[in-house]
Design a binder for this molecule. Sequence first.
Ligand code: GTP
Length: 443
Amino acid sequence: MSRATTSGQPTQANGAKSDDVARTKILLLGMRRSGKTSIQQVLFDGLSPRETLYLETTTQSTRHLFDTVIPLEIWDYPGDVTLETLDAPLAQFSTVIFVIDIQDLYQQPIQKLVDFVITAYNEHPNLNLEVFVHKADVLTDEYKIENFRHIQARVLSDLSYAGVEYETIPINFQLTSIYDHSLHDAFSRVLHKLIDSLPYLEDLLNVFCTNSQANKAFLFDISSRLYVATDASPVDPPVHNLCSDYLQTLNAFGPLYKSISASPPRVRTVPVDSSDSPLPSAPASPEPHPPPTAVSNSNSRLASPLPSPTAAPLSAHQSPQVTHQPLPSASLPRPPHVSHSTTSSAAHPSDHDAHGNGNGHAPAGGAKPLFYPCAAASLAPTAAGTGTTLTYHLITPKLALVALIPTGVFQARRGLVEYNVVFFREGVQEICEVESDARKVAA
Ligand SMILES: Nc1nc2c(ncn2[C@@H]2O[C@H](COP(=O)(O)OP(=O)(O)OP(=O)(O)O)[C@@H](O)[C@H]2O)c(=O)[nH]1
């Protein structure tokens, strides 16, 4: 993986300042109007897909800084740029995403893509090459697949025609659209190749799933809704879409809940726990009991004894002793201070930081603060304890664990699930700290 510092002279779309971390760079290339800026803005600036209709043509290169498990720098170039006219060395990028409109079956866009792949391969053979066959929503399913295969086959045959050495270049083609979940899924897969610590995050998720009897678990970046890791079981698109929608609902409702207490982490709010409510009304329905203190609400369900780094998470077959003890606040990510007052937000720069805006740029989702420490929603009637429960736990200020747990298990062993979340959280926090230390650039 190549790590790149913020060099070059592009405009910063989000007004972010250069910082002192080595960022992983991703380059977006493609024809004019293929959708490059839309992709970047929908994922990282919280722009709604419909608003992309009013985006102006990109006239100069822009870069966008985004912090998740790893710090990213996404470069967006005008459509007429080629690798020869690029004002930055290709070697500094880890990944290039070439965006092609799914209806561009003509010679010119495909030839441009093939030329780009050949030049990029000659210059930087280890570059991750990704092709987003974009705007898939404009076609019916049948034509969508046909055009996707056509573009893929044309590119591969042109490459083999150009030389036998180009036949085996690894290029990853994905169908994408800003109007559905395909873009988030595709970009998540791109991200996975760039995270050195991915195997450790996956291990933590596997252990969590085994010990909590979860069917599936995702570690999501909260604001972009990219999943930075998932457990070993295959990703079923409807399950991914459901988890992503749940996160979106919580993100949308977060600003409605106002902090009454001024001293986090014990922020008083209406807890989101509507086990009997179907989605999407889940976040609006307050849990009848216990008391409405979000963090302590989470803590009070922790099975005791409190985990120490040397203790092991419990499996769902073991019975934890339940003696309710509060969790040391240091173990929990500090919940963002939520207030509708802009003065109050501005008065807490560290809270601003907690939303993943350490670089001073606006958070995705239109600068809405994110709030929930934990939440759960049942996906089916729970009369007989059947069905599945969707759970959400804030892991770090930028990351959340979203898991699917059988309702029977969640109802009977909720303390155990919470207990295992604590271990998961500690592991992820350690990994994030190591990543962050490794990327510090000496001033
Ligand atoms: N239907 C559909 N339209 C899209 C999608 N993504 C982008 N668009 C539209 O495509 C148009 C061009 O999008 P941009 O993001 O400006 O394209 P660009 O590649 O940055 O264009 P340049 O700045 O000229 O290089 C806009 O009207 C978007 O609304 C998509 O997934 N589906």
